[in-house]
Design a protein around this ligand. Structure first.
Ligand SMILES: Nc1nc2c(ncn2[C@@H]2O[C@H](COP(=O)(O)OP(=O)(O)OP(=O)(O)O)[C@@H](O)[C@H]2O)c(=O)[nH]1
Ligand SMILES: [Mg+2]
Length: 369
């Protein structure tokens, strides 16, 4: 299957592009609205576009609830002349159970469908080019394709010359302060950056004390801002710092006043990066509610914590797919700073395509090996 993602202002424009490029037999695999180019605090609204994933099928491993056809599906004979019909059937059979297994481990149906299409495409290509089905080659191709579906920010950019203001926001108790301390230590001790910390917590002095303790251990300055103006003054006072890291107060995202206050702080601070921090074990339904609440703060990165307390990355993968925000860091324990990892494709690919699953598919396609 040839798969391509199109972005257009209207569905009609997208369909036009798809028909021109893929022909009338293209299949619509997925559609959703996306917002591009939002500027700070929605002052400059982002452009609302429709994203359409379309493909030309080489086989038909499709959940009928997800697939929509523009026109009649292409016939089996026309589908991919390079691949033997028997190979197509084999790929179809081998991947048959994968969609179900993905859904069983909590992967969103739409995403699971897309992953199966990607694998279908990879296996079709390997077989049509008579390439050996080596596990590492399939996995490497899978990771490359997956990185177009789930994004990664590669953590903080320590090569940047401009001052960076990194804010962590998110519900209470998820590990924001701990992660701020980890980031502060990584930035200053390991990457030799000058760092200033700010705690915006008008409610709980204890939260400031917690950050202050970390700051003293690492040897960094910390300011407590009790108002947006105070936060701005603290930022201005750190004009000589490479990186300013802002720890915010954890409150229920359903708390309207708190969200309005946070908005005021963020407007005064003008962060360059806003990392929405949540635990990996949060239910996806709850996560969507959290994202929708915090989105107004111009979140543009995702941190997941407490990965050491769960084996499932379902909310993490679904959340990254749903929001299209890049994953930045993963908290894997309480130790500062060691238990923080830059989010990368390996963990995510390992969850979505475990070794045993890949081995099983390859074995089915290579029964004599
Ligand atoms: N197991 C585990 N515990 C973590 C991790 N990150 C933070 N914690 C623990 O989670 C608890 C809460 O962490 P905090 O950093 O205080 O959380 P917070 O989001 O700042 O909380 P509030 O300021 O109350 O909103 C602490 O006991 C941390 O040690 C992690 O990655 N794994
Ligand atoms: Mg805190």
């Amino acid at each position: 299957m040839r798969i391509k993602t199109y972005e257009a202002k209207t569905m009609q424009d997208a369909l036009q592009q798809i028909k021109e490029e893929l022909g009338p037999s293209a299949l619509i695999l997925n559609t959703r609205y996306i917002t591009k180019g939002t500027k700070w605090f929605g002052l400059v609204p982002g452009q609302r576009l429709i994203e359409v994933v379309a493909g030309l099928a080489s086989s038909k491993i499709v959940d009928s609830s997800v697939e929509n056809q523009i026109t009649d599906p292409i016939s089996e004979e026309d589908s991919n002349r390079n691949v033997e019909a028997v190979s197509l059937q084999n790929i179809r059979n081998a991947l048959d159970g994968m969609f179900q297994r993905q859904v069983e481990i909590g992967v969103n149906k739409e995403l699971a469908q897309r992953l199966v299409y990607i694998l279908d495409d990879i296996f079709s290509q390997f077989l049509s080019q008579q390439k050996e089905l080596r596990e590492e080659n399939i996995r490497s191709e899978f990771k490359q394709r997956l990185s177009q579906v789930i994004q990664f920010s590669d953590g903080l950019d320590f090569s940047q010359k401009e001052q960076q203001v990194i804010a962590l926001v998110g519900p209470t108790g998820v590990g924001k302060t701990t992660t701020v301390a980890k980031l502060a230590a990584i930035s200053s001790i390991m990457n030799h950056k000058s760092v200033g910390l700010i705690s915006i917590d008008a409610y709980r002095i204890a939260a400031y004390d917690q950050l202050k303790t970390y700051a003293e251990i690492i040897g960094l300055p910390v300011e407590l801002a009790l108002s947006p103006q105070g936060a701005r003054t603290a930022i201005d006072g750190y004009s000589n710092k490479d990186i300013i890291i802002v720890d915010s107060v954890g409150r229920s995202p359903n708390h309207e006043i708190h969200m309005a206050e946070l908005h005021g702080y963020m407007q005064a601070i003008q962060p360059t990066e806003v990392h929405l921090t949540t635990t990996a074990s949060v239910k996806f339904d709850d996560y969507i509610r959290i994202v929708d609440r915090y989105r107004t703060l111009d979140v543009n990165r995702l941190i997941f914590t407490k990965l050491d307390e769960t084996t499932s990355l379902d909310t993490l993968v679904n959340g990254a797919y749903y929001t299209r925000f890049p994953l930045s860091y993963l908290g894997v324990g309480q130790t500062v700073p060691d238990d923080l990892e830059v989010a990368d494709i390996n963990k995510v690919a390992g969850f979505l395509l475990p070794d045993r699953e890949l081995k099983m598919v390859i074995k089915e396609l290579n029964p004599n090996d």
